[in-house]
Design a protein around this ligand. Sequence first.
Ligand code: NAP
Length: 281
Amino acid sequence: MKRIGILGYPLSHSISPEFQQAALDHHEIKATFHRWEVTADDLNSFFETIRDSNFIGASVTIPYKEKCLDLVDEITESARLIGAINCIVNRDNVLVGHNTDGSGFIRALKTKYGFEPSGKKVLIIGAGGAAKAIAYSLIQEGISQLTIANRTITRAEELAQRLERNGLKINSIKLDKQTLVAPLSNVDLIVNTTSIGMKNGPDPQHSPIPPDLIPQNAIINDIVYNPIETPLIKAAKLKQAPTIGGLDMLVYQGVEAFELWTKTLAPETIMYDAAQKALRS
Ligand code: NAP
């Protein structure tokens, strides 16, 4: 039996096995999707065990997205520029590292919501790993303006500097009510990439943007997917602003990975429904 899996530690929160197995079963692909919960000490030896022709590939999640850069044989240009991989593909026993976080985020925006990033003004809240992949991909799509707001301003500045090599002037600001007023008044898309609002996270009850500042005419995209309706999404709905939840990005990064592993069109709706079911159970 062929093997695919998700690699991370811990993995109890992950719903990737449910929606990826649903996609494999739908296409009657004879492969099992595993949960590979591997400690940092065992990471190198784990890579030895997967190197055979039955290994199709893996999703990579926290805390190994950066560490795995050095453990695969090749990485794609976009994964190199983002500085992280979330997907490994076994191409004739050569392990290739990809990053589908940013491309999955963009695919969800375009295919599910008809949002074309080209020429748009964007505010990203947060400057961690997810922000990096999303910002890089939005710049590749030709956005016209980008502001990065983060609690730790130096992290926002570092990310802006790194991304400016791609040619767009980026504004980095501290995440607080005062400094958010101006960027929120003239923006097309707002993306929360912080852990604020996440179940069992550092601040599950709050929205990263004060509810009274949420604009009505910008799309509010919260990449936190548990709960499905975060405090930010709830507040945006009350303002009747258009919203996108984090489950879309999660499923579409998986859709892109599935297509890389199997060279088969992913059954998007089946994957989304299985993910939603897994999250609710
Ligand atoms: P990360 O690299 O650890 O970055 C965390 C970010 O959240 C940083 O900007 C951090 O700010 C900020 N933050 C954390 N606690 C905060 C608080 N109490 N107040 C203000 N800011 C706070 O994490 P990540 O990998 O980017 O993931 C971030 C979130 O995105 C997680 O909830 C994760 O589940 C979600 N995510 C979703 C998907 C998806 O497919 N939907 C994919 C990836 C990640 P500082 O720099 O100041 O610490």
